[in-house]
Design a protein around this ligand. Structure first.
Ligand SMILES: *Cc1c(COP(=O)(O)O)cnc(C)c1O
Length: 363
């Protein structure tokens, strides 16, 4: 089959394997895993690979992605705080949504009523990261008002950390959720079944046995896709970190100096570039660029290749020491970090292929 470049090659066996590993680690602690699909735009084949790994509950930030998954038999959570304007779709296509605004929850209640449904919500609590969520002091008041609404079922509390503020999850901030659950039980005599304790950054607490026992759900994307926990960026044992490989084609190979000639102004992105004089180097241009990838998130599989930089559509490599002699037309492979997978999977200029029947090396 003729390939088009640039492309991402996705190894579905590795995704299935990672999903199994994370799931087994979490279920030993009584934690449900919501498999998060946004980094790969909820591509159905990858969703299926996670399903095969045992994930039964999926989460995405975008309602369009949940709509695309409508025929997949699983539970679905909308992760980004719902927009009022999409309330009808939220009620129709998600089983659960994460919320922090009473005004929107009221609109969801109306939409649920019109659809003759009861919509489940998790109330997000901000325990310090300063992204989404009701402040701890406002939770009880908000819960009181939610409980007055019909067609809305409050099924839990959740939090998100290590996203905006970089705050790490710990027993102290996750403990706030647990205290709130207990307060809600005391004040309103209701038992909230779900305490959703964060994303891939909470996995380290599962691994080192510090996750509080009341936390019974995590929403995990990056760890399944890239085999990494995100609190400290450590690899997770028995997970693959190369399920997504970017492949790009070389369109120019030339020996050139490392210092540009002429007065240096701003580059195509308005930044003032800096150069280190390394003499004459063999450079390759790969036909992919900042419209499709995050340059500092690319890791060449050949450790002897390094990246000089990129503009919108040209990636410039130093191939002087490459393990293999590279020519125009050759393909260069890269691993990617989270931001880079996100960009590549979203770019319509990057083709997606699945590596089928690749021998699974035993790890
Ligand atoms: C993206 C997202 C996640 C998943 O985060 P990862 O770091 O990929 O595990 C979990 N919860 C919410 C609310 C999110 O937006």
């Amino acid at each position: 089959m003729k390939r088009e470049y640039p492309c991402v090659e996705i190894d579905l066996c590795k995704i299935t394997h990672n999903a199994k590993t994370i799931l087994s680690m979490c279920s030993k602690k009584g934690i449900e895993v919501v498999g998060v699909t946004k980094v790969f735009c909820a591509e159905l084949s990858i969703v299926q690979a996670m399903l095969k790994g045992g994930i039964k509950h999926f989460g995405d930030s975008r309602i369009q992605n949940l709509i695309n998954m409508k025929d997949i038999h699983c539970k679905k959570t909308l992760l980004r705080i719902s927009m009022e304007s999409e309330a009808e779709e939220v009620v129709k296509y998600s089983d659960i949504s994460l919320n922090s605004e009473l005004q929107t929850i009221k609109v969801l209640a109306e939409a649920a009523k019109s659809a003759n449904k009861v919509h489940n919500i998790i109330l997000m609590v901000d325990v310090g990261d300063l992204r989404e969520g009701v402040l701890v002091k406002d939770v009880i008041g908000t819960v009181r008002k939610i409980l007055e609404l019909s067609n809305i079922n409050l099924i839990g509390l959740g939090t998100n950390v290590t996203c905006y503020g970089g705050v790490l999850p710990d027993e102290n901030n996750l403990g706030k959720l647990i205290e709130l659950k207990k307060d809600i039980k005391k004040i309103f005599d209701i038992e909230l079944p779900i305490i959703s304790g964060g994303n891939s950054s909470s996995l380290y607490m599962v691994m080192n046995n510090t996750i509080p026992k009341e936390i019974n759900q995590l929403r995990v994307g990056e760890a399944i896709a890239l085999g990494k926990e995100t609190a400290f960026g450590e690899s997770i044992a028995n997970c693959y970190d190369d399920a997504f490989i970017l492949k790009g084609e070389i369109v120019e190979v030339k020996e050139k100096p490392t210092l540009p000639t002429g007065e240096i102004g701003r580059d195509a992105f308005g930044e003032k570039p800096h150069f280190k004089d390394m003499g004459i180097r063999k450079r390759a241009i790969v036909a992919v660029g900042r419209q499709d990838i995050k340059v500092d998130g690319l890791i060449p599989l050949d450790k002897n290749i390094s990246i000089f930089g990129a503009s919108s559509d040209h990636l410039i490599l130093d191939i002087t020491d490459s393990s293999r002699e590279l020519e125009v037309g050759d393909i260069v492979n890269f691993r990617m970090d989270y931001g880079c997978v996100l960009a590549a999977m979203t770019s319509q200029y990057v083709k997606k292929y699945y590596a089928k029947e690749l021998a699974m090396s035993s790890i």
